[in-house]
Structures are given as C-alpha cells and as structure tokens.
Design a protein around this ligand. Structure first.
Ligand code: GLA
Length: 445
C-alpha cells in the first residue's frame, strides 16, 4: 500500500511536470505574428483580423507563419464580477475573443492570447496569478491555441528558480487540464534561468528583456552582458545583445522546448537590410520561435523577401531541432566582433554562419577541420563539403530556392571570405560525395 502511495506521489510530481514537454506541440519552433512590436496597446479586433487576412494574401501562412497572437491590452478593465472569468475590452473587441478566434481559424490559422503570471499584466490589465484554472478554461472555451505568459507584477514571487517554476507551472498544469492542446510560451525574460527549469512545463521561454528595433545600440535599460545570472533583464535590448545572450543556451533547447529570442523587428524600420538579415538568420539558426512583429498589411518587397527566405526557414524548422552554437567570437579594433556559428541539420548536413557585427568589412578564413567539425570524427574533419549560400537564391542549375546558391567544394578551409559590416553569410554544408545526389532530388521538373 505504502509502495503504491509512493508511486502515485512520484507520478503526480513527474507525470504532471513532464506533461507539457510532451504536449506534442512546437516539435519545430513556432512561427506566427504578434500585435505587440508594431501596435503595442493600440489593438482591436480589426488589427488582429486584418493581419490574419494579410498572412494569407501575402502567402506568409504558406511559409509556416500560423499563429496570430493577441498580445497585451485585449482585456476589459476588470474580470466578470460574477464568475471572475476574464473578458475582453468591449470597445476594442465588441464581439469577444471567441468570434475573433473563429474567424482566424476559418482562414486556416491558429490563435494566441496573452496573460501574465502576476497580479497585473505589463500594461496593467488584470493578470492570471491565482486565477490560472478559470483563465485556462476560458481560453479553451474560446478555442485558443497558444498562450504567451508574462512576468510583470509577480508580487515578489521570483528571484529563486523554484519560486518562478512553481508560479509558471501552475498555468502549465491548468492548460494541460483543459484537454485542449495550447502551446505554452513562457515570457519571464530569462529571470531565474528558465532554460534550466521550464523545459518540462513550457514549449518556449524568453531569454532576455524586450527587443528593440536596433542592431547594436547600447542602452542601460538592458543592462546585462550575459543571460546567465542576469538580475535585471530590462528592455530596449538590441539584436547583438540578444545574440550574445543566446550563444551559450542552445544546449538546453530541442523539439517541444525552445529558447525564445523575442519577436522579430524586420519591417519596422530601425535597421538596414543587412542588419535585418542578421536578425532573421541568427533567430532561425538557434531555433528561436519566428514570430513577426511588423505590420503585415503594409510590407515592402524587401521585408517580404527576408521573412520568406525558405532556405533560412527550413534551417529553423529542420527536424533534428538542434540549435546552432557559437564556435568563436573575436573582438575587432573598430568595435563589434566577428563570430562563427555552426550546427547540425538533417541528412548529415551542417549549417555554418559567419557574422560581422563590426562597423567595417572583414576578410575571414573558416577552418572547417579545426572549428566547424571539431567534435566530429577524423573522416568528417577531413572530408570535402559542398557549400550552398542561403542568402543567394537558386543557382543556375535550376534548383529550388531552398538550396541557395552552390558556391563550390571546400576541404579543411574556406579561405578569404569577404563579409561586409553588419553582414552575415550563411551556408548549408553537405558532404561533397553526397551533395550532387541530394541536389538531384531537388531539381525542378
Ligand atoms: C512585456 C513582454 C512584451 C510584451 C509586453 C506587453 O514587456 O516582454 O513582449 O508582451 O510585456 O505589455
């Protein structure tokens, strides 16, 4: 009897904790669009539905952007006084959230909503702390598919891993108990190291304070230099800062559980083409969720060309689900750094990226043997690789674009690569003896 009781207790602890990791969702990083970066609190039913329609008409849905996420400020000034259920702002969402969700679903998309593991949300609407069950049940009744769950006004229930874990696990359990698959996107800005404890309760977790639409501007409001032991995640975090945060954390992510580098700023106007390409590439390589944050109803062709690079999207959605890691990072006299990143892809391919965050161009030689394949066996270290440049489109042999441009075969080193200021080069490397056979499969007919 006592044995049974112990087994039951163990199962209660482990079985519930493991449930979210195994909720079947986000086997590859989630993709979608969110209201916050562009519209902040200025949202309504029209903002959400016009974006959803644009995801379809622009073709973005077919590239994988499927979640339409309503961020903060959808809430009424208070909960329903009788039932305590959450309710939507009657002016901005006069038909309620369910009606919006229905229309989003009819477009072949999924719908996400936002709340907060605190007394209030960051925009001072009511939060979900101590209302987890009633809120999760309400979201399920609205047919919500995704919850972004924030960390403001947490009543001091943070500062230690276990306290944060328990506060966020409560919503995880409540979502699981609804029986509806709801992707759980935890947003505590990296406080208390969620990569160490959120893996069993959430599908993704933010690793930093809020992104800003700037490449490398230093801002004291985002004071930490590393995500590890960061006591004040803050906000106004530039892209290069978040890239530094993400570099050591890849080892903790995998199918169903991802490091979230925050929503994309591509198309919001604060960065150059090359800088947005860096932003999109690194987010894709480290397997961050790719959640657009621009006005998708008004996009330039340049913006669209970046966020629909299917070669880069395929890296993010690669079934192996193994984030690229930073192999080295060298400070430059002119400021900034040169960085080498690499990681495994399906079918024995490898992704390699050379990033130059310095303000001047650089010429760099990549050591395949000693750097990229450092942990591989000798045969792989010495092998020849065919490289495909994923920011140059289909090559002259008429391959589908997601192979990028064939730039030749290299063994041991890739010499003298020119990489401009604030630019990234991204290659898919395929063992040369296999590359031509694999290429054949992708030849257009
Ligand atoms: C926090 C989050 C943001 C956004 C706002 C909404 O700052 O980190 O992503 O959701 O709250 O108020």
């Amino acid at each position: 009897m006592q044995l049974l009781a112990t087994a039951l207790l163990l199962c209660l602890g482990i079985c519930t904790a493991a449930a979210h990791d195994d909720n079947g969702l986000a086997r590859t990083p989630q993709m979608g669009w969110n209201t916050w970066n562009k519209f902040g609190c200025g949202i309504s039913e029209e903002t959400v539905l016009s974006a959803a329609r644009a995801l379809v008409s622009s073709g973005l849905r077919d590239f994988g952007y499927e979640y339409v996420i309503i961020d903060d400020c959808w809430q009424a000034p208070s909960r329903d006084p009788q039932t305590q259920s959450p309710r939507a702002d009657p002016t901005r969402f006069p038909r309620g959230i369910k009606a919006v969700a229905d229309e989003v679903h009819e477009l072949g998309l999924k719908v996400g909503i936002y709340s907060d593991a605190g007394k209030f949300t960051c925009g001072r609407r009511f939060g979900s702390l101590d209302f987890e069950e009633i809120d999760a049940n309400t979201y399920a009744s609205w047919e919500i598919d995704y919850l972004k769950y924030d960390n403001c006004y947490n009543e001091g229930r943070a500062g230690y891993d276990l306290i944060s874990f328990e506060r966020f696990a409560r919503m995880s359990r409540a979502l699981n108990a609804t029986g509806r698959p709801i992707l759980y996107s935890l947003c505590n800005w990296g406080e208390d190291g969620p990569w160490n404890w959120a893996t069993t309760i959430a599908n993704s977790w933010r690793i930093s304070g809020d992104i800003t639409d700037k490449f490398d501007r230093y801002d004291d409001r985002c004071p930490c230099t590393s995500a590890i032991d960061c006591k004040l995640p803050g906000f106004h975090c530039a892209v290069t800062r978040i890239i530094d945060y993400s570099a050591p954390l890849g080892q903790k992510a995998g199918p169903g559980r991802w490091n979230d580098l925050d929503m994309l700023e591509i198309g919001n106007g604060g960065m150059s083409y090359d800088e947005y390409v860096v932003h999109f590439s690194i987010w894709a390589l480290v397997k961050s969720p790719l959640v657009l944050g621009n006005d998708v109803t008004k996009m330039t062709s340049e913006t669209l060309s970046i966020i629909t690079n299917d070669a880069i999207i395929a890296v993010n959605q690669d079934p192996v689900g193994s984030p690229a890691v930073r192999l080295w990072r060298e400070p430059q006299e002119a400021g900034g750094t040169v960085q080498l990143w690499a990681g495994p892809l399906a079918n024995g391919a490898t992704i390699i990226a050379l990033l130059n965050t310095s303000p001047i161009s650089q010429i760099v030689t990549i050591d395949l043997e000693k750097d990229v394949f450092m942990d591989s066996d000798v045969a792989q270290q010495k092998a020849a690789y065919r490289l495909f440049d994923l920011w140059q489109r289909a090559d002259e042999s008429n391959l589908v674009s997601r192979w990028g441009k064939d730039v030749g075969v290299f063994q041991s080193q890739v010499p003298s690569i020119y990489v401009d200021a604030h630019q990234i080069k991204v290659w898919k490397a395929v063992p040369a003896d296999a590359a031509l056979a694999v290429k054949e499969q992708y030849r257009l007919h």
